[in-house]
Design a protein around this ligand. Structure first.
Ligand code: SAH
Length: 251
């Protein structure tokens, strides 16, 4: 039998139409998702601005570099998805392995105390989620961070890479010994409560440098201390009562 060529739709044209229809359907499906994602990130942005005003500025955080960094770092990306909606509330949040990310005010306070900025080298002990490291780096500082739980070190490094924080180096290990290859540091931020100030950290602090560290008995209220080094003279002052997870030692 002879087919009438004019009546038959060529295969390529039919496939083209199907493809067009499928793309249109896909677009219809994806558009609301994109709109939702945009709405969600806008609402996180609003929550973050609200956090900066009510939890930080109102309580006396006034350093502009610190406030800008707190405005920029997406804290909701540093906790599990189920906790993202609570990321901007006034409290610490669990990050797994029995550890916590400090409440926004404490992160901002510790950042303000060490006055980070472009060209400054900062050592952090206790990477955890990577949030404090990100806030320090968002001021333009170069950050070196050590985490004793290898799984946390790895996930924080991956998260920071994904979020584009290039000026942060993370390593797994016992922060008691500091990071001698990159010493001396302009500032050291310790985010776990130690019973005493680890001497290697004092050694690795620059002349004129500042360290902020919670000191006291684990699981009780500790004191956030400011340690300043001027030549051979070390001065310490108490800043405020805090409660941090314990500074652990490698077995
Ligand atoms: N700065 C973190 C919060 C960390 S909680 C953040 O912004 O998310 C304290 C972290 O210190 C925990 O992850 C804990 O595992 C780590 N830690 C405790 N002792 C340590 C040590 N000796 N060296 C390095 N990290 C330590």
């Amino acid at each position: 039998m002879r087919m009438h060529p004019a009546r038959q739709t060529p295969f390529s044209a039919r496939a083209g139409r199907i493809l067009l229809l499928a793309s249109a359907l896909l677009l219809l499906l994806l558009l609301p998702c994109a709109a939702l994602a945009a709405e969600e990130s806008a609402s996180f942005g609003q929550a973050r601005e609200q956090m900066v005003r009510s939890q930080l500025e109102r309580r006396g955080i006034s350093d502009q570099a610190t406030l800008q960094a707190m405005r920029r770092v997406p804290r909701h990306n540093f906790v599990t998805e189920s906790l993202a909606r609570e990321a901007y509330t006034d409290r610490p949040l669990p990050i797994g392995y029995g550890q916590t990310i400090s409440q926004p005010y404490i992160v901002a306070y510790m950042t303000q105390v060490v006055a980070p900025g472009p060209g400054r080298r900062i050592l952090e002990i206790g990477t955890g989620s990577g949030y404090q490291a990100a806030v320090l780096a968002a001021t333009g500082a170069e950050v070196f961070s050590i985490e004793i739980i290898p799984e946390l070190a790895e996930s924080a490094a991956e998260r920071l890479r994904r979020l584009g924080f290039k000026a942060i180096r993370v390593k797994a290990g016992d922060g008691y010994f500091g990071w001698v290859e990159h010493a001396p540091f302009d500032a050291i931020v310790v985010t776990a409560a130690a019973e005493f100030i680890p001497p290697p950290l004092l050694d690795q602090l620059k002349n004129g440098g500042r360290m902020v560290i919670p000191v006291g008995t684990p699981f009780f209220v500790q004191t956030l201390m400011l340690v300043e080094k001027r030549g051979t003279e070390i001065t310490t002052s108490s800043l405020m009562p805090v409660r941090f997870v314990p500074f652990r030692r490698a077995e």
